[in-house]
Design a protein around this ligand. Structure first.
Ligand code: ADP
Length: 260
C-alpha cells in the first residue's frame, strides 16, 4: 500500500473530481425525476381529456334514449307493465346522466384556479344553500363553530362542504341528522371537521371510500361514488389532506387540513 502522504494539491484535485461526479449524478437524478413527473402529468391530462370526451359524447345518445322512453311512456296508456318498464328505463337514464355529470365535473377539476381570502363560514353557508332542499326535508340540524378566513378556491371549497353535508344527510341513522362543523389549529394547518350522527363507516373502509366510484351502498341510496374522490382532489390541490374517523357505529367525522 502506498504510504506516501498525498499533497494538499492532490487531495484538492480528488475532492473536486468527487464533487464533480456527485454533481453529475445529482443532475441525472433531477432529470430522471423531471421526466417521470412530466410523464405522469401527460398521463393524467390524457386521462382527464378522455374522461371529458367520453362523458361529453355519451350525453347526446342518452338524451335521445330519454326522449323516446318518455314518448313510449305516453303511448303506453293503460298498459301497466309497459309503463313500469319505461319507468325503469327512465330511472336508469337519469342515473347515468348523474354519473356522467359527476364524471365530467371530476375530470374538469384541477388545481385551484384562483384563491381568494374568504371566511369558511360563508363558504359553508353557500354549500348549505345548494343543498337546502335535501337538508330541510331531512330535518337536519347544522351547527358550526368559529371558522377561519382562508385563501381558497371558493367554488371548489363550496363543493367540499356540499358533498360532505349531502353524505351526512344521505347516510343518516334512525334519528334526524345532526351535523357540526368546527375548525382547530394544528401546527401550520387549520383542521376542519364535519361531524355527523349517521350510520358510521367501519374502519376497514376508511381509505377506500375516497377512491373514485367506491361505494358502500347499492341503489337504495342515490349516489355516484365520486363525491369523496372529488373532495380529496380539491383538498389535495389546496395542499391539504382529508380522512375520516369513525368506529362504524357512532356517526363519522370527516376531517381535512388546509395550510394557514
Ligand atoms: P356516494 O355518496 O355517491 O356513494 P361518496 O364518494 O360521496 O359517493 O361516498 C362513498 C361511500 O362512502 C358512500 O357510498 C357511503 O357508503 C360512504 N359514506 C360517505 N359519507 C358517509 C357518511 N357521512 N356516513 C356514512 N357513510 C358515508
Amino acid at each position: 500500500m502506498d504510504s506516501t502522504p498525498k499533497s494538499l494539491d492532490q487531495e484538492l484535485k480528488e475532492a473536486l473530481s468527487e464533487n464533480e461526479r456527485l454533481r453529475k449524478s445529482l443532475d441525472e437524478c433531477v432529470a430522471a425525476r423531471m421526466r417521470a413527473e412530466q410523464a405522469a402529468r401527460s398521463a393524467s391530462e390524457e386521462l382527464q381529456q378522455f374522461a371529458y370526451a367520453a362523458g361529453h359524447d355519451l350525453k347526446q345518445p342518452l338524451r335521445s334514449i330519454s326522449l323516446y322512453a318518455e314518448l313510449l311512456r305516453r303511448e303506453c296508456g293503460d298498459n301497466q307493465q309497459s309503463a313500469e318498464f319505461t319507468s325503469f328505463l327512465l330511472e336508469g337514464v337519469a342515473q347515468m346522466q348523474n354519473l356522467i355529470e359527476a364524471l365530467l365535473s371530476y375530470s374538469q377539476t384541477g388545481p385551484p384556479a384562483r384563491r381568494t381570502a374568504i371566511s369558511l363560514t360563508s363558504v359553508l353557508q353557500w354549500g348549505l344553500l345548494n343543498v337546502e332542499r335535501l337538508v330541510r326535508e331531512s330535518g337536519a340540524q347544522v351547527t358550526h363553530g368559529d371558522l377561519p378566513v382562508i385563501a381558497v378556491d371558493e367554488t371548489q371549497m363550496v363543493r367540499v362542504f356540499q358533498n360532505l353535508i349531502t353524505n351526512a344527510v344521505q347516510y343518516r341513522g334512525s334519528e334526524a341528522p345532526k351535523i357540526d362543523v368546527r375548525a382547530a389549529e394544528e401546527d401550520d394547518n387549520y383542521v376542519i371537521s364535519v361531524r355527523d350522527n349517521g350510520i358510521g363507516i367501519e374502519p376497514k373502509y376508511h381509505q377506500q371510500i375516497f377512491a373514485p366510484f367506491k361505494r358502500l351502498h347499492g341503489r337504495e341510496v342515490a349516489g355516484t361514488g365520486l363525491g369523496l374522490a372529488l373532495c380529496r382532489k380539491i383538498i389535495e390541490g389546496h395542499g391539504g389532506r382529508i380522512w375520516v374517523e369513525s368506529d362504524g357505529e357512532n356517526g363519522s367525522v370527516f376531517k381535512f387540513t388546509l395550510p394557514m
